[in-house]
Design a protein around this ligand. Structure first.
Ligand code: HEM
Length: 172
């Protein structure tokens, strides 16, 4: 849900981006990857070190609790150029850490990606324009049991695509 809202928020605040994707629906896959990177839903996970090791010059003893902050990795300028900018078609967008890494990588990642792709495919087909609702500002969501980041509420104004279905109802 947070990832979907994150994506709708980006479309609603950038009309040019919305119309570009509407004209080129094949961009939805890369759009979804950049949403996942840019709006990292689960900010941090926890690990216990199984041996003495060293990461980035920091010694980590066996048994230490380590909190990898996935969101920081996704905003690392050594990995992603201009990380705080949403770039549609960023070449390495899918190298984000949003689903974790290693043996415990999110098992639901393919499903989450597919759900996002289908949702945005449907949205760009059926929505003529989308903007943020100036009367109802977004309510951020930060924290929770899995260090989530997103929106509790994100109100947008949608103008639907015109349809002939109202005049000629589909046979059911
Ligand atoms: C955008 C949506 C989602 C995000 C951002 C997300 C993110 C994550 C993250 C960060 C982890 C921890 C990975 C690690 O410890 O290295 C995780 C684990 C997991 N996720 Fe997801 N997830 C999402 C959707 C789903 C869905 C749809 C399912 C199931 C239908 C799911 C099932 C799981 C399970 C079972 C684990 C534990 C895997 C393990 O410990 O081996 N997730 N997820």
């Amino acid at each position: 849900m947070h990832s979907l809202l994150g994506g709708f928020g980006i479309l609603a605040q950038d009309q040019a981006l919305f119309y570009r994707i509407k004209e080129q629906p094949e961009l939805i896959k890369v759009f979804v990857e950049e949403v996942l990177r840019y709006r990292t839903t689960i900010q941090a996970i926890a690990r216990i070190s199984t041996r003495d090791t060293e990461i980035g010059g920091v010694k980590i003893p066996k048994g230490a609790v380590v909190i990898p902050v996935l969101a920081n990795g996704n905003l690392d300028s050594k990995k992603f150029e201009g990380p705080e900018t949403f770039v549609l078609g960023r070449p390495n967008a899918n190298q984000h850490l949003t689903f974790g890494k290693g043996i415990h990588t999110c098992i639901g990642a393919p499903l989450a990606r597919r759900e996002m792709q289908l949702t945005f495919e449907h949205a760009i087909k059926t929505i003529k324009s989308i903007t943020l609702d100036p009367l109802r500002p977004p309510i951020p969501h930060i924290g929770g049991s899995t260090n989530e980041y997103g929106f509790d509420s994100l109100s947008v104004k949608i103008e639907p695509m015109p349809t002939l279905d109202l005049i000629f109802p589909r046979a059911t």
